[in-house]
Design a protein around this ligand. Structure first.
Ligand SMILES: NC(=O)c1ccc[n+]([C@@H]2O[C@H](COP(=O)([O-])OP(=O)(O)OC[C@H]3O[C@@H](n4cnc5c(N)ncnc54)[C@H](OP(=O)(O)O)[C@@H]3O)[C@@H](O)[C@H]2O)c1
Length: 252
């Protein structure tokens, strides 16, 4: 039997980037904790991988709920006793409406999932990685091109993704003395349910609606696996992977 490469935990593992990344880690011999709110979606990821326990652990959790995150990490610790890699991938956005139409609840929900969720998961992972023997581990945060520039009508999403960059930098600094590495992947237009609007036409800053190119989500999963696979004395601090011809570089 192949020895596990390490223990990974992926949030939002029931769809899109989280699912593909979990499949890629499992395929490379990692044991993976699959987290997300919908158990059926996590079960489908496990079944697509063909992996069985203990290589895979289905752990439904809401990253926006501190108690649920505590239970998630307790389950991971009980099953494996350590954590080598956390992919903070779970994310959401608010309705794409004019800034003044947003409700406080919509703003708060995006903050709870995208920012507080990443904070809570990182804090539990940090504690485990600091205490375990061998010490250390790696955290990768899923940022976005919206960690650099906004799309129209996306203030909550853009604000949280900019904030994720600050969390990444702080974790990189505070983790150094405990052999905890932290990096960020900033993705543009990977083909998932979240980006179907790009294929049908999405509002541009100049008011036009335009179809934007997307890329295969498998390319993102390869990048996540690459980041996860480095030895702890090397780190990909920031990695941008995007559809080559999407509007980002060159003002459009
Ligand atoms: N696709 C892209 O081009 C792109 C570009 C930039 C950044 N991203 C980022 O990539 C991440 C994944 O996006 P995606 O494109 O793969 O879209 P997706 O398929 O909608 O994935 C989002 C995942 O997050 C999970 N999630 C949402 N709220 C949660 C909560 N409260 N607790 C736990 N899990 C939660 C969802 O599962 P449940 O509903 O089961 O909880 C879902 O599996 C997001 O952070 C997104 O901002 C994507």
């Amino acid at each position: 039997m192949e020895t596990a490469k390490g223990i990974a935990l992926v949030t939002g593992a029931g769809s899109g980037i989280g699912r593909e990344s979990a499949l890629s880690l499992l395929g490379a011999g990692w044991s993976v904790v699959l987290a997300g709110r919908r158990r059926e979606a996590l079960e489908e990821t496990a079944s697509l991988s063909g992996a069985l326990p203990p290589a895979v652990l289905i752990a439904p959790a809401d990253v926006g709920d501190p108690r649920s995150v505590a239970s998630l990490f307790a389950a991971a610790k009980a099953a494996y006793g350590r954590l080598d890699f956390l992919f903070n991938n779970a994310g959401t956005s608010a309705r794409a409406v004019e800034f003044d139409e947003l409700t406080y609840e919509e703003w708060s929900n995006v903050l709870a999932v995208n920012l507080s969720g990443a904070f809570l998961c990182s804090q539990h992972a940090f504690r485990m990685m600091k205490e375990q023997n061998p010490r250390g581990g790696r955290i990768v945060n899923n940022g976005s091109l919206s960690a650099h520039v906004p799309r129209p009508n996306s203030a909550p999403y853009t604000a949280t993704k900019h904030a994720i960059t600050g969390l990444t930098r702080s974790l990189s600094l505070d983790g150094r003395k405990y052999d905890i590495a932290c990096g960020q992947i900033d993705i543009g237009n990977a083909a998932t349910g979240r980006t179907e609007r790009m294929a049908s036409g999405i509002l541009q800053p100049d008011g036009r609606t335009a179809v934007e190119p997307r890329m295969d989500v498998g390319e993102v999963a390869k990048a996540v696996l690459f980041m996860a696979s480095l030895p702890l004395d090397a780190n990909i601090q920031f990695l941008t992977v995007m559809a080559t011809k999407m509007p980002f570089i060159g003002r459009g």
